[in-house]
Design a protein around this ligand. Structure first.
Ligand SMILES: [Zn+2]
Length: 305
């Protein structure tokens, strides 16, 4: 009996790892009902299992856009303590012009307070995206871009991480109960400044989980999924999806073999990403032919970055 109970207590976690939140909730409730009907577990235990399963499921899907924004804003603040922003109005306006256009073509065009794009003053080759829609690209990474289509590919990849909620999925399961309790008491749609501070204090652990994940890198499957989203967005806007491959080719030459910082640490090797992008798209690389006006705009904004 004890063994069965132990198994059933593990059931929500096991199912969570195997399937999506809603699917997990349905499967676990069904399995618990069956176990209760057959007399394997007491009714009170069944209620408890269902309660904890709903809690897990609600946390992963239950952040409101506002809560994601405030979590993301705190993650962005941590990133900005490590990397200063690049004070070029021209470069930042350019990045925002491209970024806003790409975001509107994504499957998640509207988020609370919108997307924001910023150039970081660092030679490191890297980019970051927070769940709140803040996207950062270093000067080092922009130097890997031979054309605007390549810059668009980087931004579309980062929008992909946000759209697929990769940052939110980095939150450790151990934070689940705390987060659920906080969410349950936060009924306001828009948080006032004081409430926002209290919110970020409560979510300190959550913020640190996401920041750690951003710095250490997502899984390879997340990276390839973000590349897939990027290709879709680029096509919708009218950019050449080969821009992503063009950027990765330059990056491959610039990254040193034993490099353990920046993009080398947070992303699969450029060659692996190139192969995967081409394999999934079922095509071969053809160099990007950027229209003259587009290339002139690119060179003027970030050509000497
Ligand atoms: Zn990525």
């Amino acid at each position: 009996m004890k063994k069965r109970l132990f198994f059933l207590c593990l059931l929500p976690t096991a199912l969570f790892l195997l399937c999506g939140c809603q699917a997990m909730l349905t499967s676990t409730v069904k399995a618990t009902d069956k176990a209760e009907q057959s007399g394997m577990i007491a009714p009170a235990t069944a209620v408890s299992i269902k309660k904890s399963t709903t809690a897990v499921s609600r946390t992963m899907e239950g952040f409101t856009p506002e809560q994601e924004y405030y979590i993301g804003r705190s993650v962005a603040a941590v990133i900005l303590t490590k990397y200063p922003s690049y004070a070029s109005r021209q470069a930042n306006e350019y990045l925002n012009l491209l970024g806003q256009t790409l975001a509107q073509a994504s499957d998640m065009p509207q988020i609370f307070l919108g997307y924001r794009f910023l150039v970081l003053n660092s030679d490191e080759i890297n980019a970051f995206a927070t769940p709140g829609g803040h996207i950062f690209v270093t000067r080092g990474l922009l130097r890997c871009c031979p054309n605007e289509d390549a810059v668009a590919a980087i931004l579309a990849h980062e929008i992909g991480h946000i759209q697929l909620k990769h940052g939110i999925q980095a939150i450790k399961k151990a934070r689940v109960t705390d987060a659920v309790n906080t969410i349950a008491t936060e009924s306001v749609r828009v948080l006032a400044p004081g409430e926002a501070d209290r919110f970020t204090e409560t979510f300190g652990g959550v913020i640190s989980d996401i920041t750690t994940m951003i710095h250490n890198g997502y899984s390879r499957s997340f990276e390839y999924a973000a590349d897939d989203v990027a290709q879709t967005i680029l096509r919708r806007v009218g950019y050449d999806p080969n821009g992503l491959v063009a950027m990765l080719m330059v990056m491959e030459k610039k990254l040193n073999p034993g490099d353990e910082a920046g993009f080398a640490k947070t992303h699969p090797a450029p060659q692996d990403r190139i192969s995967e992008v081409l394999r999934r798209a079922g095509g071969t690389y053809t160099p990007v032919k950027a229209p003259k006006a587009r290339q002139a705009r690119f060179l003027k904004a970030v050509g000497k970055i």
